[in-house]
Design a binder for this molecule. Structure first.
Ligand code: OGA
Ligand code: MN
Length: 309
């Protein structure tokens, strides 16, 4: 399926300085070296609890386009401050769910491994868990372009998030495969593929009942024009293809684009704020810690995107 040795881009350590923040003329923020060949860059020297200048915003958005995952370490942010920064990058979407108002879902919602009593619980085997490769809300007709996560409480070690670069994955496909998949459309639904044995049937209520949507398997980034694979956990099958064949193709492409050379693994520290580009990445939480022992709490927002094409 792939060329034998895909060549990752060279990593050039070239920190860039960017303009000071409003009211803090001597502050200089720095866009660091790439964190991996697959993406990721840290932006330091910036306090996101304060409003940012238009120039700084542009610099952040450029880093976002170039590196797909931007890490802002050592931030101290209330949910409102996180919301204000993320809302300066685009339209923050309210998150659906129970107790939406009580949990301030429209400001920033909580991603955690806790149950209703605040105790850690292992849900990693759930078919819709974040521990499977996915892109956020691909089952929506207009999926979000960006997701932000802010680390509030972490296990002593592990609890990583991995990102797979689906532009690199696409670029490394053979021409034969590129031609084979050109124009195909993937059906996404909240519950993903339900062909696997042992998975209970869909219920008629709740998020499972949402109608499926279809998106291009090869999507074009609306800003950079680069092509990327669009697939992952909520992908059910390929439109117009026998289900088993479509599922097999999706599994083959997923395995390809999540190979280690296309992956950036983020090792969290409390105070990290991450933003990532859902248009060219898959991601997953990694259960590389005792999930039912240690608490892992992050605050999240998603920013509205456009219809994939
Ligand atoms: C998410 C998500 C992964 C993680 O918030 O969309 O997939 O590591 N999170 O918590
Ligand atoms: Mn996710």
């Amino acid at each position: 399926m792939s060329d034998p040795v895909p060549q990752p881009p060279a990593i050039t350590p070239s920190p860039r300085r960017c303009p000071g923040m409003r009211g803090r003329p001597r502050t200089t923020c720095i866009v660091g070296s790439p964190l991996s060949a697959a993406g990721g860059v840290a932006v330091t020297g910036i306090d996101l609890s304060q409003p940012i200048t238009p120039t700084l915003r542009e610099m952040i958005l450029n880093a976002f386009l170039d590196y797909h995952v931007v890490v802002f370490p050592n931030q101290v942010l209330s949910r409102e401050q996180q919301y204000r920064f993320i809302a300066s990058l685009g339209k923050v979407e309210p998150h659906g769910g129970r107790n939406a108002r009580a949990k301030r879902y429209a400001v920033a919602h909580v991603i955690s491994n806790l149950d209703g009593n605040g105790r850690p619980v292992d849900r990693s085997s759930s078919p819709v868990s974040n521990y499977r490769w996915h892109t956020d809300k691909a089952y929506n007709a207009v999926p979000p372009m960006l997701t932000a996560l802010y680390a509030v409480e972490l296990p002593p070690q592990g609890g990583d998030t991995e990102f797979a670069n689906t532009q690199m994955g696409y670029a490394a496909l053979s021409e034969v495969t590129k031609q084979r998949i050109a124009g195909l459309r993937v059906v996404f639904r909240w519950a993903g593929s339900r062909h696997a044995p042992g998975i209970p049937p869909l219920s008629q209520t709740g998020p499972e009942a949402r109608p499926p949507v279809d998106h291009p398997l090869v999507r074009t980034h609306p800003v950079t024009g680069k092509k990327a694979l669009y697939l992952g956990n909520h992908a059910s099958h390929i439109l117009g293809m026998p289900p088993d064949e479509g599922t097999a193709l999706l599994e083959e492409l997923l395995e390809h684009t999540t190979k280690p050379q296309f992956v950036y693994a983020h090792h969290w520290r409390v105070g990290d704020l991450l933003i990532w580009d859902n248009r060219c990445l898959l991601h997953r939480a990694v259960a590389n810690y005792e999930v039912s022992r240690y608490r892992r709490i992050l605050h999240r927002n998603v920013v509205r995107g456009t219809v994939p094409f």
